[in-house]
Design a protein around this ligand. Structure first.
Ligand code: 13P
Ligand code: SF4
Length: 321
């Protein structure tokens, strides 16, 4: 009889009173053993609400940190502590702080794809599913510093007809989608609907009839009666798309080097079933945060939660750190 690691993980979850949250970019087997699968905002919200003592976050470390910041009494596990993100790596605390200090009158709107340290010097956190609502809640006369993803920032500036000061970060996966090759592919599949994550360059986004968070892209595949989609985001999400719409053809948006598997996020793909089992057995690796840092980072995450649940918020007049 072959070894059933999924059954082992299910047993461990019960024994250890643990819950698994997984991002759409994880491999299909991980998504299938998770209790909740979603985009980064959904995972942060679920992480705040779940009752179990232990939360294993199968995603990248900034997602698990956000859960720990919002729900500190829980034990928060990750399969691999090295599962970072190019946006986190491209926004070191010292440089972000120096940038903020150059614009003390600005409101720092920071993508959830950032370290806890960068969150601690930000005014509000956004994800691609709530960015529009959050920026719209900021008075029009206030300057906005937006980072670390310049492409998401540019997409929002266009959508909201508003100028931001942009941090020059990028997602190493989404920037590889190539506009010229996409144009050619659309010519070969004129019946396909193009959908893209806003971390893509604007040269790619111009071809998308829908740009949005992973959950928005999934919703489009679920609801749009079309039979073919060209998808410009990480391949893990194909698992849920195909589950919801087994009748459609999904085509990966092209990158320049046709032979590479660079549409896979190397950080998300560090996780696997063995590492999840090991984390549940040993309660390692665990996300730990210094309490002073956690409390500072929580201010910007709380603003995101308040705005998205319709509560009024106030904005600091100036940055004083
Ligand atoms: P979502 O919030 O849309 O799930 O995006 C997270 C992410 O890391 C995209 O690369
Ligand atoms: Fe970060 Fe890009 Fe991976 Fe998302 S896909 S976690 S933005 S490197």
């Amino acid at each position: 009889m072959s070894y059933d690691i999924a059954a082992d993980i299910q047993r461990l979850k019960k024994e250890k009173n643990a819950v698994i949250l997984a991002h759409y970019y994880e491999d299909g087997d991980i998504q299938d053993i998770a209790d909740y699968v979603g985009d980064s905002f959904y995972l942060a919200k679920m992480g705040q609400q779940v009752q179990q003592d232990t939360i294993l976050l199968a995603g990248v470390v900034f997602m698990a940190e956000s859960v720990k910041i919002l729900n500190p009494t829980k034990t928060v596990l990750v399969p691999d502590m090295e599962a970072s993100c190019s946006l986190v790596k491209g926004a070191p605390y010292d440089q972000y702080l120096a940038w903020r200090r150059q614009h003390p009158d600005g409101i720092a709107v920071t993508y959830i794809n950032s370290s806890a340290e960068v969150k601690s010097i930000s005014d509000v956190i956004i994800t691609s599913s709530n960015a529009q609502q959050i920026v719209e809640s900021i008075p029009k006369d206030r300057k906005i510093l937006f980072g670390p993803d310049q492409h998401l920032g540019r997409w929002l500036m266009k959508k909201l007809n508003r100028e931001f000061v942009l941090w020059p970060g990028a997602c190493e996966v989404h920037v590889l989608f190539n506009a010229r090759k996409l144009h050619e592919l659309i010519g070969q599949h004129p019946d396909a609907v193009v959908i893209a994550h806003p971390e893509c360059d604007e040269s790619v986004l111009q071809y998308a009839s829908v740009a949005g968070s992973t959950s928005r892209l999934l919703e489009e595949v679920q609801k749009n009666p079309a039979k073919k989609f060209i998808v410009a985001t990480e391949t893990g999400i194909f698992h849920q798309m195909q589950k919801l719409r087994p009748d459609v053809t999904l085509i990966q948006a092209p990158v320049l080097d046709a032979g590479c598997s660079c549409n896979n996020c190397p950080y998300m793909k560090m996780n696997n079933m063995e590492k999840i089992k090991h984390a549940l057995e040993t309660f390692q690796p665990q996300v730990g945060l210094n309490e002073a840092l956690r409390l500072k980072a929580k201010v910007s995450l709380d603003r995101m939660m308040d705005i998205t649940s319709g509560k009024p918020v106030s904005w600091p007049a100036e940055f004083t750190v």
